[in-house]
Write a protein that binds this ligand. Structure first.
Ligand code: TPP
Ligand code: MG
Length: 325
């Protein structure tokens, strides 16, 4: 694999880790309100899948989507400012943490409803197919979303119509505090693909190289016209479900075991052993990432609050009240 790509993976995952830790700190200080779902532990999934995608592909993600947005090219400043609810945010401060959006990056959200990404991605896939586009859609969801009716309805139609969609399950084994064997009759999510006549496989979601390779193969299938693909990435979140969750439902031993497979540390070990990255290069990336995260927080702090609260709203409440069309 190219050395530049390995460094890119490392930089992306380090930015992801540090950005999220900075967001947690800003939340504690009261600068970020509402719910905040962080990604530490899961970095290899967003980075491996999205670096395998083409710039023209569309992305539909969940409420745990800050990292997906940044890997897609939305600047960290615009993501942090959105978390702060400021006008400099990528959704101009109206959306907050769970509703990042950027049409120019083909980043179609940020959805707070569990299972909401399936029909949105299916609609985009349908449009791509109708227009004979070469682009694809990457649709993210958690293990806890696969028992929603939208999963069945969307995967069935997507497969029937051979839509160009890569369904990416971020299986972190928990639906908030409920472990997967207690919420799913079938815990191996990728095996559900056969019910819809589509291809599916599981990959180690703590290993960015494995996720990247699996995503490239899956996207090649999707683009060939073979229809959608279900990629299950087995991963883990080191923090609670959201900042409001102390995660007391799991043992310290379990967390330690998964921390030993940390995606960043294991990539560094491999990169150093193979001579893909030197310690000096690693330090340079660390310095650059720290500056980028500090810059993002500084930008968010000085960005003003949104002023036009009614901009982008289709109907004004007063017109509705008066019966105007
Ligand atoms: C339709 C719906 N039901 C319930 C919720 C509350 N809720 C938010 S996240 C979540 C768990 C989702 O688990 P999972 O899909 O595994 O995602 P993860 O947070 O692990 O990434 C629930 C039940 C919601 N947002 N939407
Ligand atoms: Mg989960």
């Amino acid at each position: 694999m190219q050395r530049s790509l390995i460094r890119q993976f490392y930089r992306d995952m380090l930015l992801a880790r540090q950005f999220e830790e900075a967001a947690a700190e800003q939340y504690r200080q009261g600068r970020i309100a509402g719910f905040l779902h962080l990604y530490p532990g899961e970095e290899a999934v967003a980075v491996g899948t999205l670096r395998a995608a083409d710039p023209g592909d569309y992305v539909v993600s969940t409420y745990r989507e800050h990292v997906h947005a940044m890997v897609r090219g939305i600047p960290p400043e615009a993501v942090m400012a959105e978390l702060f609810g400021r006008a400099g945010g990528c959704s101009r401060g109206y959306g907050g943490s769970m509703h990042l959006f950027s049409p120019e990056h083909r980043f179609l959200g940020g959805y707070a409803i569990v299972g909401e990404t399936f029909p949105v991605a299916t609609g985009v896939g349908y449009w791509l197919r109708m227009t004979d586009s070469a682009d694809a859609v990457l649709c993210y969801f958690g293990d806890g979303a696969v028992n929603q009716g939208t999963f069945h309805e969307s995967l069935n139609m997507a497969s029937l119509w051979k839509l160009p969609i890569l369904f990416v399950c971020e299986n972190n084994h928990y639906q908030i505090g409920t472990e997967i064997h207690r919420h799913s009759a079938l815990a191996e999510v990728h095996r559900r693909a056969c019910a819809y006549g589509m291809l599916g496989r599981r990959v180690d979601g703590m290993d960015v190289l494995a996720v990247y390779e699996a995503s490239r193969e899956a996207l090649a299938q999707v683009r060939s016209g073979a229809g959608p693909f279900l990629l299950e990435c087995e991963t883990y979140r080191y923090r609670g479900h959201s900042m409001a969750d102390p995660a007391s439902y799991r043992s310290a031993i379990e967390v330690e075991e998964l921390r030993a497979r940390d995606p960043l540390a294991s990539l560094w070990r491999k990169a150093e052993a193979a001579g893909w990255m030197t310690a000096d290069e690693r330090r340079a990336i660390e310095a650059e990432v720290t500056a980028a995260v500090d810059g993002a927080v500084a930008f968010a702090e000085q960005s003003p609050p949104p002023t036009e609260l009614q901009a982008g709203v289709y109907a004004r409440p007063l017109d509705l009240y008066r019966g105007a069309p």
